[in-house]
Write a protein that binds this ligand. Structure first.
Ligand SMILES: [Fe+2]
Length: 267
């Protein structure tokens, strides 16, 4: 007897920049669970800034099939690089939280997980009818630390165009916390300009910033992530309980109050 196995069509959820915001991450994972997602990819910055590093690490460890190293993950593991005073203080506080875990097995699991994060992931998009897909935290040139800002298309067009030589078809990044799509013209399109949906051109490269789960900076305070199928990249926004996060931040002296209050404004 012939058995027909019908595989679920591949649909990726790509999340980034969670920054120890467990309320935002919980809301995003619940939203993902309501869709036909086959794989969750995380572009890094699991920790830093927010009040719940351990919980966020545990949730990403459980749900994401690929997780990459962000500059804040790197900072907690090794040392902060060009961090402002608030970010640096949050980094050392986060490190202490991980160190203070009383259960040695859990403590080691988390440090091991952070220590094993790759800086880049490349995979074939063939089963979605796409070319090669690349994933990094910052940029395809300097995966952990380079920022690609929307203004770069005016201020530094050569930089943006140079990045397009470094990936196959689509490249997904985080790091700036500003979602949108770069084309090689160079151009930048915010999700609003595309009504939240980017139509993938099968023969044209695009560099896509997936935005931030835990600290959006595009003046929309809802948690952000993207869904990719063979045809589109959808920019999703999910409301979450911001006031609870602010309250937690205000109660932790090592976390600058602004790390809480900025969440309300989405910046
Ligand atoms: Fe970040």
């Amino acid at each position: 007897m012939e058995v027909l196995v019908r595989r679920k069509p591949t649909m990726l959820a790509i999340i980034s920049d969670i920054h120890s915001n467990v309320e935002a991450l919980t809301a995003v994972l619940a939203d993902i669970a309501n869709r036909q997602i086959t794989q969750i990819i995380c572009l890094g910055d699991l920790v830093g800034y927010g009040p719940d590093p351990k919980e966020c690490l545990d949730m990403v460890l459980k749900h994401a099939t690929v997780t990459l190293m962000g500059n804040h993950d790197y900072a907690v593991l090794f040392e902060p690089n060009k961090f402002n005073i608030g970010a640096e203080s949050a980094c050392y506080w986060t490190r202490q939280q991980l160190e203070d875990e009383p259960d040695p097995a859990r403590r080691n699991d988390r440090w091991d997980y952070l220590g094993r994060l790759a800086i880049k992931h490349v995979m074939s998009g063939k089963d979605m009818g796409l070319g090669e897909l690349a994933f990094v935290h910052g940029s395809p040139r300097r995966p952990i630390n380079e920022y690609i800002f929307p203004d770069d298309v005016y201020n530094n067009p050569n930089k943006v165009q140079g990045l397009f030589e470094r990936f196959g078809h689509l490249c997904f990044v985080g790091h700036t916390h500003v979602p949108g799509v770069f084309l090689d013209t160079p151009d930048f399109y915010s999700p609003d300009e595309m009504e939240g949906v980017f139509e993938i051109n099968p023969t044209r490269k695009a560099l896509i910033n997936v935005g931030s789960v835990g600290q959006p900076r595009d003046r929309d305070n809802r948690a952000g992530y993207v869904i990719v199928d063979g045809k589109t990249v959808q920019f999703i926004r999910v409301p979450y309980d911001i006031d609870t996060v602010i309250k937690k931040v205000l109660e932790i002296p090592e976390l600058d109050d602004y790390l809480g209050t900025r969440l309300k404004e989405g910046r």
